[in-house]
Ligand binder design. Structure first.
Ligand code: URA
Ligand code: SF4
Length: 214
């Protein structure tokens, strides 16, 4: 069976974080590059020049949002601010966490003047997976945290249900231990203030479990 177009041909031979981050800007592994400003690659605040790391924790979101697309950095918009706040409350040092996304380009549709987030398809998630694999190889995290269903399904398969398995440690051949929890955007979308507070507390509780493991 012929393989569908994906990111593989765009990956550089030398796969350190700085080299990968530069190369991803040229990726045309699926159509999402067409309407995005930047490809947004993963980052850790204290990155060494060689890009060689052994970090404890890697967090994977879905895809860059509007702000991330414009600025070229992951989790710098409203969801990122909430993530920072919750990490702090769980006593996890944000500067030690490598944060990235399942899909590196922002997928959106216009609504008036705004760009509204659109969920990536399984095909786009698969097309972008070589970048995520290269990040996992370069970062070698001891634990991966999937923020939401997109990241969890990319790593653990399409039948994985975050609602049923959040906060539990999952071991899979060829992967570091993985834990899935909700995406901070889901907390921001909660309909009432009460729901939001409850969701946020549950998210912080999951993060606290992580801080005990790493
Ligand atoms: N949501 C994500 O999944 N990733 C980001 O970088 C920002 C918002
Ligand atoms: Fe390449 Fe991923 Fe962007 Fe698609 S979303 S063009 S696979 S970097």
């Amino acid at each position: 069976m012929p393989t569908l177009p994906n990111a593989e041909p765009y990956l550089p031979p030398k796969r350190t974080l700085p080299v990968l981050r530069k190369a991803v800007q040229q990726c045309q592994g699926c159509d999402l590059y067409r309407h995005a400003t930047h490809a947004v690659f993963g980052e850790i605040q204290l990155e060494s020049k060689s890009g060689d790391h052994q970090v404890a924790l890697m967090m994977i979101g879905e895809q860059p949002g509007d702000r991330e697309d414009l600025e070229g950095h992951p989790f710098v918009g409203p969801a990122g601010r909430l993530l920072d706040e919750c990490l702090e409350q769980a006593a996890i040092d944000r500067s030690q966490v490598y944060v990235t996304n399942t899909v590196k380009h922002f997928k959106w549709e216009p609504r008036g003047k705004r760009r509204i987030h659109k969920k990536p398809t399984m095909r786009e998630i698969k097309a972008c997976r070589p970048w995520l694999d290269a990040e996992m190889d370069a970062v070698r995290p001891s634990l991966i945290v999937c923020l939401g269903a997109t990241a969890a399904q990319s790593l653990l398969g399409p039948s994985f249900k975050v609602t049923q398995q959040r906060g539990t440690l999952i071991t899979r051949e060829g992967l570091p231990p993985v834990m899935a929890t909700v995406h901070p955007s889901a907390i921001l979308r909660a309909r009432t203030d009460e729901d939001r507070q409850r969701e946020k507390a549950a998210f912080i509780a999951d993060l606290k479990k992580i801080s005990k493991i790493v």
